[in-house]
Ligand binder design. Structure first.
Ligand code: PEP
Length: 249
């Protein structure tokens, strides 16, 4: 079963008009592997600028969305508002939001459900902390995070999900998971999809790796059978992001 390779760029809280314009123009002008789906995620304030500037084959993702349709929720952005400004993707459950902003599995699952109900596709982030890995709890943790989503989503809605496995200890640290570590967890996630969602989801849902992916380590990671792409933080702000998008050519 071949799945379309997927590379996301999470700019996090980085960039201003000038630098984001430069990054997007660089991507527009680069020769990108046509068989790879590319989605970039700037800070909320620059979503419309990015959508207007980026070539149409490049998707744009918000870094967050709220689970309620509208109302007195100061500082939040709704699914409808994203759709209204031609944003089709959203990153949900990033570890920086889980850890720093204390978002729970249940809240993340509700946001995922609201996003998909409203027509967005979701980059659904999961992953264990260093402490959890050292306590041999990696699979338990990612399964718990996935089970929360499975409680909310219909089986069909998983077609709108890209699962991003991002070990927290590898994010922004320069410490990348080995190809074996990444493949082992991705294979477990795929098994979980088959057992909990459907055979179709097991075969078709993309599982991407995130955590200190660079132009140096991406090629080896991309050879793994269950690594369907990457979610890239720091390196997505640099010209080397193009090499990561082209990891398979
Ligand atoms: C991320 O923010 O999702 C990420 C993986 O960051 P980095 O590539 O910088 O580790």
């Amino acid at each position: 079963m071949s799945r379309t390779f997927f590379v996301g760029g999470n700019f996090k809280m980085n960039g201003v008009v000038k630098s984001i314009t430069d990054i997007v123009k660089n991507l527009n002008d680069a020769k990108l592997d046509a068989s790879t789906e590319v989605v970039i995620s700037p800070p909320a304030l620059y979503l419309t600028l990015t959508r207007e500037l980026a070539n149409k084959q490049i998707g744009v993702a918000a870094q967050n969305v709220f689970d309620k349709p509208n109302g007195a929720f100061t500082g939040e952005i709704s699914v409808e508002q994203l759709k209204d400004t031609s944003i089709d993707w959203v990153v949900i459950g990033h570890s920086e939001r889980r850890v720093i902003l204390k978002e729970s599995d249940e809240f993340i699952a509700r946001k995922t459900k609201a996003a998909i109900d409203g027509g967005l596709s979701v980059i659904f982030c999961i992953g264990e902390t260093l402490e959890e890995r050292e306590a041999n709890k990696t699979i338990e943790v990612v399964t718990r995070q996935l089970n929360a989503a499975a409680k909310e989503l219909s089986k069909e809605q998983w077609a709108k999900v890209v699962v991003a496995y991002e070990p927290v200890w590898a994010i922004g640290t320069g410490k990348v998971a080995t190809t074996e570590q990444a493949q082992q967890v991705h294979a477990e996630i795929r098994k979980w999809l088959g057992a909990t969602v459907s055979k179709e989801a097991q075969d078709t849902v993309r599982i991407i790796y995130g955590g200190s992916v660079s132009e140096k380590n991406c090629r080896e990671l991309a050879t793994q059978p269950d690594v369907d792409g990457f979610l890239v933080g720091g390196a997505s702000l640099k010209p080397a992001f193009v090499d990561i998008i082209n990891a398979r050519i």
